[in-house]
Design a protein around this ligand. Structure first.
Ligand code: CO
Length: 136
């Protein structure tokens, strides 16, 4: 089940440059994190039930660096929080959408992530994110 739009990912050249823009818009930065499996540094700006996620590439030969060089800074992906990432991945794959990873990978804040191929989703890169159950 898809629970909510968790965040909108935006590719930026640097977190400092991107954060300045979003602070000017009026959002507050929650924190930064290195997501090594995705080769990105991220910064989160909560807004209501969702967040703006800034993505800075960790190196030249990374997916976000390639996105920036071909398209420039801007909206990179939408992320839906799901309750069961294996079940949702299987359901969407059965509906004809390709997955980018063979199995979910570690993401920010202890989550596990998968992506749907944008050619199968009308040109929108979609991230699926399952978070660990909240402590009792
Ligand atoms: Co994301």
């Amino acid at each position: 089940m898809i629970k909510r739009l968790h965040h909108i990912g935006i590719a930026v050249k640097t977190l400092d440059e991107g954060a300045a823009t979003w602070k000017d818009i009026g959002l507050e930065e929650e924190g930064r994190e290195d997501v090594v499996p995705a080769a990105t540094r991220i910064s989160m700006f909560p807004v209501g039930e969702t967040r703006i996620e800034l993505l800075e590439p960790m190196g030249e030969d990374t997916p976000v660096a390639k996105f920036l060089s071909s398209r420039g800074p801007g909206i990179h992906h939408l992320c839906f929080e799901v309750d069961d990432i294996e079940a949702e991945s299987a359901r969407l794959q059965a509906a004809g959408m390709r997955l980018l990873y063979d199995a979910p990978r570690p993401g920010a804040h202890g989550s596990r992530v998968q992506f749907l191929h944008p050619r199968d989703t009308g040109g929108v890169l979609i991230e699926l994110n399952e978070f660990p159950a909240a402590p009792e």
